[in-house]
Structures are given as C-alpha cells and as structure tokens.
Design a protein around this ligand. Structure first.
Ligand code: GLU
Length: 276
C-alpha cells in the first residue's frame, strides 16, 4: 500500500492541510503502508521556494516523516511532455488559448473544474499548434477509445463503494480539460497527478472531498494510458457538528503562524477535531 500527500507550494499550509496530511499518514499506518510526500509545483507563476520549505517544516512539526528524495513535479516536465506527445499523435488533444472571459461569453455552464469548456477550439488540430499554446484533451474522442464501463473503488466513507462513471458526467460536468497551460507551457494538475500516481506506484489516493468530482477524469486518463486505477479515499473536509465549514477556526491562518504564536501540534489537532 502506497499513498501520498501532494500539496502545491503556492501558499502556506493551513489547518485543512494539516487534517489532510494527518489523514494520509493515518490511513497508511492503519494499512501497514507507506505515505509519500509529493510537491506539485507545476504552476510556475505561483510557486515559491519559501512555501515548499514551509511544507517540509510544517509536516515535520506535526510529527510526520516521509521517504526521500521527494518527487518535485517541476523536475519532471519531460515525462509529462512525453505523454502529451503521444496524445498529440493519437489526435486526442487540440490547441486552445481561450481566456476565462471568452469561455464564459460562449455560454459555458459551471462544472466540476470551473466552467465546462464549450468546445470553441475543438476543431483545431496539433498541426497548427504553437509552442506557447494551451492544450486540451478531447473527452469525446477519448471515450471512443476506452472500453467502458469506467468505475473505481471508494473507501472514504468506511465501507467500500464501487463508483460508476458515466459518459454524461465526463462530457457534461467535466468537459475537455486543459492539460498544458498556455504561455508558461506548465503541465496542468490533472496530467501531472495522473502520471505521477502511476509512476510512484500509488495504490491508494487519500485526499479531500474537494477533489471528488475530478476523480472521474483521472480514472478516464488512467484507463487511456493503460495505468492501474488506485483505490480512492476522499476524506471529509474539516467541518463542525452540523457539517458546516468549521466556523470557530481561522481557515486562512497559516500553520506556521499558529506555531510562531506558541501553539503545539496537540493544539492544532484539538482545533481540527483530530483523533489519533
Ligand atoms: N496538489 C493538489 C492540491 O494541493 C492535491 C492533489 C491530489 O491530492 O490529488 O490541492
């Protein structure tokens, strides 16, 4: 059993991250497995070295440890580009530089990952792609290639649950996702995450419910790439007894600030209602 905690060093870790990290390491311990730390530093305009340093410091302070070297996605762009190259040859991606405004103006509806792309550039081909173009995955073409039905095992609620994925979900609530960002050429989260989970032999993905609606896309990409689909454990987000976002804690206050003000790891655990 191998799982991972995969923060993005685009800001400091907060109490929600502490809950998520503790859950990852607890699930690994309960299953006699290993928890890896992975740095998802692909958003080159927002990543900061200080935030990465803070991740190591905060997690160690919480008493967590991980095998080294840590995989840092910024060191592996060639691996993500190789996958894009294959998708290009198979005719599964197309260039797109639409702005959020253009997408909204085209009447896009909200979906699992922001607005569902309305397909404006879907007629474009890689033949006219420029180096700085964004690239999108053509979901309907992918669906022609993979043999359904798609499903994955969810264990976050305690009992294992087989979650079936419909084409309707993929086409109408997710839509064609960006896999390479325009201008920076950075690989998008979906691509780097799916590639890394496979390369690192992740058997169990433990992460927050905030990513639950994106899992169908990740499973589709795994099947397309011939990767195994891990078991998923989507944990609840920290909430109070009514299931509302915990009101009595400051969700925007960095763990490092609590620490600087004298809080102990035990204090953090109390604040987030953590039970070992
Ligand atoms: N880097 C993602 C985040 O910070 C986590 C991705 C994942 O666990 O799949 O939200």
């Amino acid at each position: 059993m191998i799982t991972r905690f995969a923060p993005s060093p685009t800001g400091p870790l907060h109490l929600g991250h502490a809950f998520s990290a503790l859950t990852v390491w607890q699930v690994a311990r309960d299953m006699g497995g290993t928890a890896l730390l992975r740095i998802e530093d692909t958003d080159s305009t927002r990543v900061r070295p200080a935030h990465e340093a803070g991740i190591y410091e905060d997690l160690a302070w919480l008493g967590l440890s991980w095998p080294t070297p840590v995989r840092r996605q910024s060191e592996h762009y060639a691996e993500y580009d190789a996958v894009l190259e294959d998708f290009g040859k198979a005719g599964l991606i197309y260039p797109c530089n639409c702005t959020r405004r253009q997408i909204a103006d085209a009447g896009a509806v909200p979906g699992a990952d922001g607005l569902v792309y309305p397909g404006t550039c879907r007629h474009r081909t890689m033949g006219d792609a420029q180096a700085a173009d964004g690239l999108r995955l053509d979901i309907s073409k992918v669906l022609e290639r993979v043999d359904g039905p798609l499903a994955y095992l969810e264990i976050g609620s305690g009992a294992p649950d087989l979650i079936k994925i419909t084409n309707e979900t993929l086409l109408n609530t997710i839509g064609d996702p960006i896999l390479r960002r325009k201008d920076t050429g950075d690989p998008a989260y979906h691509l780097a995450c799916v590639v890394d989970d496979a390369l690192q032999g992740i058997t169990h993905v433990v992460r927050g419910m905030d990513l639950y609606d994106l899992t169908p896309l990740h499973v589709l990409m795994q099947v397309l790439l011939g990767y195994p689909t891990p078991v998923y454990h989507h944990h609840a987000l920290i909430t109070d007894a009514d299931g509302k976002r915990l009101a009595k804690i400051d969700h925007s206050k960095a763990l490092a600030r609590y620490r600087a003000e004298g809080a102990t790891p035990a204090d953090i655990k109390t604040m987030i209602g953590w039970r070992d």
